[in-house]
Design a protein around this ligand. Structure first.
Ligand code: ATP
Length: 430
């Protein structure tokens, strides 16, 4: 690998496996830093790719770069996300089996961008026919739609995905993309009714208010002012210079029509989004007995759902019920949206999906209604992350250990758990 590198590419070590002090964290970080300063954001650890978010546009994602990486051996060129994508693709075709790319990192690390780069690479590199291009376009266009409804500005990332995503791309035996499937899980529904300071609700609400044309807003009973909606202002940053809701709205509208959402689908969809905003503005007042009463709430006439309060609620309970309804409506709308996208991607239901849906359904049933606290959502997210970490450990460290065993190298047991296990084993042997 080193032989084929130009002088410019020889910044630091581009594969940590070749680092002399491979057990030293500071040597690891020094190497990353050295490369990052020269705009080399990618470094390998064997076949793993480490990426550092540059937060600026680098000229490394052009069509020319894609061509350079297509069909070239993984280690022949400097580390790149395209090398990884190409390698996975070619291995899949030669071995005739399924492959996955696991992208993990903290919020704002660049996971979503990395997944988009991979999709873009496949859009260019896979064989194309009119039919296949259709699937390709829909796969690419599902991103802005999902981001509008599932992403939001947080303190860490102006476009943070507030849901987990598992995306399947199905290829035929020649490598043409014939279908896709997306599984969404654990949408952060609590954001619909509450945002921390400096954070926003899901993008779609602001896009509709800022970008929707006059006629649509009139029909939905909305005003072009985010400040008028309680669910949009709690974070005190409805407008942010880095986000252009108006132009994003246009992109989303266009993407929705290409992904086969009919005019009537869109009317319903925006009707629901507007009704969530109206719902948030409903106020309750206590009557003489202390029960919540609805007085002169203009918003009610714009709500698709009319409801009667059958059991007397206190004002606090009524607000709680209102917010729970808003979250449930938004959550279900998001699921409907993903299902619609999946229909347009003409997928086949896999066993993994059925299993995941079952687990997620159970989490939803037991989590959302019973606890209804943000911390439970966080718990579920942590659980998923730990499972992914476990998988990662199995795939990397365990295979490494097996190699040690095969080569007869004895491992040093330094961790508390392994020391305890060793102690117990010794006691048992005695
Ligand atoms: N390769 C890249 N080149 C340039 N900018 C990038 C790159 N990757 C990420 N960014 C910038 O960082 C921002 C955050 O990245 P991204 O949304 O992919 O993070 P994430 O890991 O998906 O975060 P979250 O978990 O919050 O969804 C992007 O909006 C973009 O501005």
């Amino acid at each position: 690998m080193e032989a084929s590198l130009t002088a410019r590419d020889r910044v630091g070590i581009q594969d940590f496996v070749l680092l002399d002090a491979y057990t030293s964290e500071s040597a690891f970080l020094d190497n990353l830093r050295k490369r990052f300063h020269e705009n080399f954001i990618y470094t390998y650890i064997g076949t793993l790719l480490v990426s550092v978010n540059p937060y600026k546009d680098l000229d490394i994602y052009s069509k020319k770069q894609m061509d350079t990486y297509m069909g070239v051996n993984f280690f022949e060129l400097p580390p790149h996300i395209y090398a990884l994508a190409d390698n996975v693709f070619r291995t899949m075709l030669s071995e005739f089996n399924n492959h996955f790319i696991l992208i993990s990192g903290e919020s704002g690390a660049g996971k979503t961008e990395a997944s988009k780069k991979i999709l873009q690479f496949y859009a260019v590199s896979c064989p194309s026919t009119t039919l296949l291009n259709n699937v390709r376009d829909r796969l690419l266009l599902s991103n802005p739609v999902l981001e509008a409804f599932g992403n939001a500005k947080t303190l860490k990332n102006d476009n943070s995905s507030r849901f987990g995503k598992y995306m399947d791309i199905q290829f035929d035996h020649q490598g043409g993309a014939v279908g896709g499937h997306i599984i969404n899980y654990l949408l952060e529904k609590s954001r619909v009714v509450h945002q921390n300071h400096g954070e926003r609700n899901f993008h779609i609400f602001y896009q509709l208010v800022e970008g929707g044309d006059e006629e649509l807003l009139r029909w939905l009973g909305l005003e072009r002012n985010c400040q008028h909606y309680r669910y949009l202002v709690q974070g005190d940053c409805a407008k942010v210079s880095s986000i252009n809701d108006k132009s994003d709205w246009k992109t989303v509208r266009k993407a929705l029509s290409v992904t086969e959402f009919s005019e009537s689908d869109m009317e319903h969809l925006f009707g629901i989004i507007a009704s969530v905003l109206h719902l948030g503005n409903i106020k309750f007042e206590a009557d003489a007995r202390g029960y919540a009463a609805l007085n002169n709430n203009q918003e009610i006439i714009f709500l698709i759902l009319s409801f009667k309060v059958l059991s007397p609620f206190s004002v606090d309970h009524a607000v709680y019920a209102r917010d729970a309804l808003a979250k449930a409506i938004y959550g279900r709308t998001f699921n409907w949206l993903v299902n619609k996208i999946n229909e347009s991607l003409a997928n086949k239901v896999s066993k993994t999906e059925i299993f995941l849906k079952m687990v997620i359904g159970l989490l939803d049933i037991y989590g959302f209604e019973v606890f209804n606290v943000n911390s439970f959502e966080q718990f579920c997210i942590n659980y998923c992350n730990e499972k992914l970490q476990q998988l990662f450990i199995e795939l990397t460290l365990k295979s490494e250990q097996e190699e040690y065993e095969m080569e007869g190298i004895e491992e040093k047991h330094r961790g508390i758990i392994s020391l305890l296990v060793k102690m117990l084993q010794t006691q048992k042997d005695e």
